[in-house]
Design a protein around this ligand. Structure first.
Ligand code: SF4
Ligand code: SF4
Length: 343
């Protein structure tokens, strides 16, 4: 069984304890308390963090010293049987995402276009931007990143399934897997590496691909001259080095993203996982604060990266006058492939 690589000594001498001090869902009196709590978790003792963490993934980004605080919290919760959600919810996710040999594989050669287990990604990965790889799609539990189970402290499911998913791609003989789901890229890079799993292909983040394609299609771009508020997904916390890609892509297509309170490191979860693990009150509060903050920027669109966030928030932002759109669809709009009004 794979084991989390976690350097306890790095935490013991950590001058910041930023993993917990920056947490938006728990408050600590200062470094001393936050440091004491992370050390309790490391030593396998009880900690308020194991009871209060809402699984936003952000501490994976806040730790700048190469450790994996969120994966450790999830490991300890599972060891202690402290599951985050009601058992039917946890089990529903496990059952719903079980491999049953019902996956779809397109005309895959050197490259695959991974649609994870999210049907909406199939429609996004089409058109001029994806013309060379649209037919090389993979879809289904066999090719799904199992990171969602971290939310429910079921790290054992990830350790069991991720090597199988990696092997399923290996058996396709691919050299590159272009991940349309942010979380797949985070899983093949951050989680696989944290557990010492070898990935025998090159995971490609779709925004790297998108930026490259939009540069190639520069002649077709008509600047959109619109403003957006970005809903950054939890999984982007696993790959913070990829965050600047958003601004680079938006600059190319003439889209402004005004500064707002809940963005970049300070972004808020879309709220739906919080609904499952911490209840309606907190989820509603997070969504309200987030949408209010988007509106204060004067943005016309709410731009998504993860289809799960888009499903969670589309209706809510629409009711408040914001048009929901995925960043890929914005790019399609910029090259005239998609209608401008999508509300
Ligand atoms: S997980 Fe990172 S930020 Fe937190 S105490 Fe350890 S080294 Fe410091
Ligand atoms: S995952 Fe989020 S809620 Fe949990 S400890 Fe880390 S930052 Fe806080």
């Amino acid at each position: 069984m794979y084991k989390l690589k976690f350097n306890e000594k790095v935490c013991a001498t950590c001058p910041s304890s930023d993993c917990l001090l920056k947490c938006q869902y728990m408050t600590f009196s200062g470094h001393k308390e936050a440091h004491a709590e992370i050390m309790k978790i490391i030593l396998g003792k009880d900690s308020r963090v194991l009871h209060e963490c809402v699984t936003c993934y952000a501490c994976e980004e806040y730790c700048k010293r190469g450790n994996h605080p969120f994966y450790l919290i999830s490991e300890r919760r599972e060891e202690k049987g402290m599951f985050t959600a009601a058992r039917p919810i946890t089990n529903q996710w496990i059952n719903m995402t079980e491999m049953q040999g019902k996956c779809l594989v397109g005309d895959v050669k050197d490259k695959a276009l991974s649609c994870c287990y999210i049907p909406e990604l199939g429609a996004l990965g089409t058109g001029e931007i994806f013309k060379d790889i649209a037919m090389a799609g993979t879809f289904g539990a066999e090719f799904m990143c199992p990171a969602v189970h971290t939310h429910f402290a079921k790290m054992s499911v990830i350790k069991e399934r991720l090597p199988v998913v990696i092997d399923n791609f290996r058996r396709l003989g691919v050299k590159e897997v272009i991940c349309l789901h942010d979380e797949c890229y985070g899983t093949f890079t951050s989680i696989a590496s944290a557990y010492g799993m070898e990935v025998p292909f090159k995971p490609v983040y779709y925004m790297d691909f998108l930026l490259q394609r939009m540069k190639e299609l520069k002649g077709k771009i008509k600047p959109l001259n619109i403003t957006v508020a970005y809903q950054r997904p939890c999984s982007n916390r696993l790959i913070p080095d990829k965050l600047p890609l958003v601004k680079k892509i938006l600059n190319l297509i003439g889209v402004k993203m005004p500064k707002r309170t809940y963005q970049d490191e300070n972004c808020l979860c879309c709220g739906e996982v919080i609904r499952s693990v911490a209840g309606y009150k907190l989820a509603d509060d997070v969504q309200k604060r987030n949408i209010n903050d988007m509106l204060e920027t004067g943005a016309e669109y709410c731009m998504f990266n993860c289809p799960a966030c888009q499903i969670a928030l589309s209706e809510k932002v629409s009711k408040r006058g914001l048009k929901p759109i995925h960043i890929i669809d914005l790019c399609k709009m910029a090259i005239g492939e998609k209608e401008r009004e999508v509300a």
